[in-house]
Design a protein around this ligand. Sequence first.
Ligand code: 13P
Length: 247
Amino acid sequence: MTSTTRSPLIIGNWKMNASLGGSMVLLQALAHYKSSKACELAVCVPFPYLAQTQEVLAGSLVSWGAQDVSDQPQGAYTGEVSAAMLQDFACKWVLVGHSERRQRHAESDQLVADKAVRALACGITPVFCVGESDAEHEAGEAHDVVLRQLRPLLDLGADVVKQVVVAYEPVWAIGTGKSATPEQAQAVHAFIRECLKQSGAAEVRVLYGGSVNAANAKSLFAMPDIDGALVGGAALKAEEFLAIAAI
Ligand code: 13P
């Protein structure tokens, strides 16, 4: 995190965890967050907790968002949630293309870019997730995979790309306790940075995700192209999440 223009950003992804009561406790602990070094902090919560999240975090230094959005504006799309609905709850962020959605819901690279466009149209910043699987990692295909996943976004041009945040989350590091080493992550982040640069958007923030915790965050954040983190499990414990933000 050496850039002056790319301010640090840490986003918690609660995934399908917490309960109405549990999220209240967590949100109330986060609402008191005081940023000592301009580190932006945010949480992406399950849809049903957005109203509660807005109520508790409004006026705090912690922003919020959702974990998915429809690529369609409105209509007969049972079970989907539109960007305009997220806007109703003052969402600042939305994750698009998380590997768990790419895998379980067969989301294509193009669909993920379409979702990003839809979010931007409602003033919501997409956190565009990319990352290779275990097998692709073993085969040395990380760069090819992330470029393929980024391609439909990059094709939209600099004016669009400049408005997103990218999150590199190697699938083999998610929820495994086996984070990428800072050097492994930096190598892919530098590659992503180069792709962004060639598209005229070198200053887009690139977050790392995959088993980030208070113990390993410091060495990851020391890397020049890692601008923060997308945190899963450790974001469910307020103390640990705030400790990551304090690094
Ligand atoms: P973990 O931090 O639990 O590995 O999850 C990472 C992730 O998928 C965040 O989006």
